[in-house]
Design a binder for this molecule. Sequence first.
Ligand code: BGC
Ligand code: ZN
Length: 363
Amino acid sequence: MRALAVFPSTKRVHLLDIPEPQLGGATEVLLRLREVGLCGTDREIASFEYGDPPSGADHLVLGHESLAEVVEVGRKVRNLKPGDLVVAMVRRPCPHAECRACRAGRPDFCETGDYTERGIKGANGFLTDYVIDDQAYLVKVPQVLADVAVLVEPLTVVTKAANQAHAIFHRLPYDPGPQRGLVLGAGPIGLLGAMFLVADGFETLVYSRDTENSKVAELVRSLGAGYVSSTQNPIETLAKHSGTFDVVLEAVGFAPLMMAAAQMLRPNGVLALTGVPPEGATAELTAGHALRDLVLRNKVVFGTVNAGRKDHVSAIQHLEQFMVLFPESVRKLITHRMPLDEVPQMLTQKLGIKNVVEISRAA
Ligand code: BGC
Ligand code: ZN
């Protein structure tokens, strides 16, 4: 069968022919991949800036945003049967007894850093015809979502951030009432974040590079959210024109913007950072002003990565809701579908919103 792999030592990305996996353990499931989404993480791995092959291997099979069909199940598998659609969770627990998060089934909060991530770090991914996975890491998706369910994994980044922000808001000694939300960035995470906020009743604004008459801006407005372009409105003056927000979701990964984002919060507001800037990125900041603002206004800034099962279930429920509220806008997030052999060229360019690899079709 086919598998698309990166070889860090020789800096090559190409299609391999590897043997089909065989079902072994009683809780294992054999999956046929339907679709796999590509994102900035894949582009970084394919340019050898990020990611690691499984220990001892010279290559990593790429792909972490999966949608697959169950082909065969082990004898102890409950709740899944052949024909079901699933999304696989990306991160897997570290082996250490002292890691409280992994032992509690939440490797997205891993304390040791020795977790693995399928298609990213130390474990092969889903850009292949078949994979084996344990039922513990599979989340069932309704058939009606088949044509958009490849968006579930990126949406879990948003639902985890939202669940965390919710827990933080819980500290407030009053009911915050109707809230305003700001999304920084209009890539897949930013746009899914905007859908989430709109669906949850937030007055929502998206701030990104694209111009105000771009397709992306139009898509944002079609959700009922506002759009402001960063090319005409620097972040330093944004609050003056657009006011401040209870929640800010950052999905850009540009360090200066990430450092400036807390300015956009109302008192007691919450900023969720999801972008991953390059290790050496720097930003100018007046530390005294920024720190006084955090303290004197009770602001919370937190980082969030990956997601737990609960966040996956929430992502699926929200995607169902989005398909009722704005189905055409959701479909427009997938701007390109391609076969597996086009992936190496695709990974060197950035076009459209979400690029999806079609591996197999419904039988
Ligand atoms: C993936 C996450 C992963 C993160 C860090 C993201 O692109 O969606 O599942 O935890 O990269 O590797
Ligand atoms: Zn991703």
